[in-house]
Design a protein around this ligand. Structure first.
Ligand SMILES: [Zn+2]
Length: 265
């Protein structure tokens, strides 16, 4: 499983439509998967806005925007949406075409679930941002850096900010790597006594691999996020299987968690 791209199934109460295929949760992103995600995103937009030019951005303040240049509609979409499940991707495209409130709500829900990854990016971290209520990421970072990276990784590390979520999550991203600020952010749901240190370290190691591998492009200039070399390095993490089994077993509880409450497994 990939910790970066976990997609859970939506409970019946959620405003977002249910996932088309719950099996998506089990799909591990490969280079091909990454390519197809870009393709799917562009196709979803072009079905509703034929001829539109689609640009993927990492602009943290404007996640979706569009303009017209020489009669061509240019749509800018944050790369966050590469991780969106099919119904969200479709709602995003419909929203761009029609600006309707129903689609807008689906997009909002998705952004809320991933917003902790965007908050504060580009701004300086507060002192002690690596220190959670339970888990301190800094000693963990040093240990992993020494053991797997010969102390060569330099990165900022922080716990993500909790946001007042009222709606149910349909997906959760446990960590992120921002190439520009060289910053790793870990989801606050993992800063809980009940979460094994091994599992926090597993996510941190995954994000440090992004720092190590950097941005790669395939022969067609497309972003390769979890390529074969990345996967091979990731498999070297001690007890990766045990950590992944924990995430798999408790994904529903992790999706249900609300900031300010205790995680109940
Ligand atoms: Zn990743």
């Amino acid at each position: 499983m990939s910790l970066f791209d976990v997609v859970g199934t939506a409970p019946a109460m959620v405003q977002a439509p249910p996932l088309a295929r719950p099996a998506e949760a089990a799909v591990a992103p490969t280079a091909t998967h990454e390519t197809s995600r870009t393709r799917l995103l562009v196709d979803a937009i072009r079905r509703r806005l034929p001829g539109a030019r689609v640009q993927l951005t990492d602009n943290k303040t404007v996640l979706l925007s569009q303009s017209e240049r020489d009669g061509v509609r240019v749509v800018r979409v944050h790369q966050l949406f590469l991780d969106a499940p099919t119904p969200v991707r479709d709602a995003m495209a419909t929203f761009l075409a029609h600006g309707d409130r129903k689609s807008g709500r689906v997009v909002d829900t998705f952004i809320e679930a991933h917003g902790h990854l965007l908050t504060g990016a580009g701004r300086a971290l507060k002192d002690g941002a690596h220190r959670g209520a339970v888990h301190d990421l800094l000693p963990m970072f040093h240990q992993i850096n020494e053991r797997y990276f010969a102390d060569r990784i330099s990165a900022e590390i922080a716990w993500g900010q909790s946001q007042g979520l009222r709606r149910r999550r349909t997906s959760i991203t446990f960590g992120s790597w921002d190439q520009r600020s060289r910053r790793i952010v870990i989801h606050p749901v993992l800063d809980q006594p009940i979460v094994p240190t091994l599992c926090v370290a597993r996510v941190l190691h995954h994000e440090m691999l992004h720092a190590h591998h950097g941005e790669r492009r395939d022969g067609n200039g497309r972003r390769v996020v979890h390529g074969p070399e990345f996967k091979a390095d990731e498999a070297r993490f001690h007890e990766a299987g045990r950590a992944d089994a924990w995430f798999d077993a408790h994904l529903d509880a992790l999706l249900r968690w609300r900031p300010g409450t205790a995680l109940r497994l």
